[in-house]
Design a protein around this ligand. Sequence first.
Ligand code: AMP
Length: 426
Amino acid sequence: MSFSSFTLNANLLKAIDNMGFEQPTPIQRLAIPPLLEGRDVMATAVTGSGKTAAFLLPILHRLIDKPRGTTRALVLAPTRELAAQIAEHLHDLAVYTSLTGAAVYGGVSMGPQERAFRRGVDVLIATPGRLLDHFQYPYARLGGIEHLVLDEADRMLDMGFLPDIRRILKHVPKKRQTLLFSATLPAPIVELARDMLRHPVSLNIERKSAPAAGITHVAYPVPHELKSNLFLELLRSSASKNVLAFTRTKHRANRLADFLEKHGVTCARIHGNRSQAQRTDALASFKKGRCRVLVATDIAARGIDVEALGLVVNFDVPNLPEDYIHRVGRTGRMDATGDAYTLVSPNEECSLRAIESDIGTRLPRQKVSGFNYAKTPAERFEVPIAERLAVIRARKSEERVRARENVARRALRETQGRPTRYGTAR
Ligand code: AMP
């Protein structure tokens, strides 16, 4: 199934294509059609399922032909980070349209947010507390709301936001389309849904709780600073022609790719700091076998679909069990077999144990024979954060001293060169 089978506006389809989404995720496949029809939807879906596009796309589609200048959609999110992330997603999806959006959350000045209310941006994405702060002022009126989304409702409950949500409901019209997304459905959320939604379509996107059979999982305990050397050793002894390696950050993805290239391993990289064209090139070159390793971060790796992948390496232990399942799910597909290696430094043991308890398997710990676990690496993979901060601090203090000297020098020049009644003072 492709996105073009939904009756979505061509400018939205163009943006989807630009973002590299090839196929709708299960929540998108199930939620978009009833939402386009204007139905209310209640869905259990976790972060990473593609739920944001699942609710934004139909809303944007329905708003495109309406006149601008009235806020017609309100998305409520529990945290600033999530609100900012949704706003960013909105920006990417609406890039070929004239639709506008703004995020409204605490910890930053109210001024630009007030202007967003006054302008009547099409979609407002807000955390409950800050939204209520704005409601104290006459400019914050949301009488034009036609779509209301409650994202991560169970987290709202955990954070004590339910009374705020009920208060917010008094400020939006009763006649509207309402969407509720939640990872779990505790009783208070079910009750809230009953009050908020009208004949909703209920969708339950099952959380994948175990990786596919056919995958051999192994954990390799290793000191943090020797990870790259051990990875190289594992590559040398593995017969896998194409290897997908995951790092925790974009910075580490770059470092690892540089390190591998330096040691003669052909590789490509895919992470959030790379343009879509660079990502597409990297993936194409990996798929065509022009490089052996693709280094990726979790977010950038979503949507990567590579057949016959023999080995996935978690260069860093993922923070969430879902991410582990998602990462290793890239191998052992369709009854095929594959290996999933996880490099574990001592301070990552805890995260690995959480993963093991979630997937219900203990990963066998293995050592690579002949690898010197006690050696000091010849080159540094990464400058530790403390050292990086010390360099920044030293540079800033030097700049401050230089600025102070410049001010003193200027003052001296001014006194020396100030004109007197009788000429220039010396
Ligand atoms: P979400 O669950 O909305 O937080 O989405 C998680 C990630 O999946 C985001 O980085 C999206 O850009 C990405 N994503 C959403 N839909 C798709 C899709 N159909 N194909 C590939 N990636 C997607």
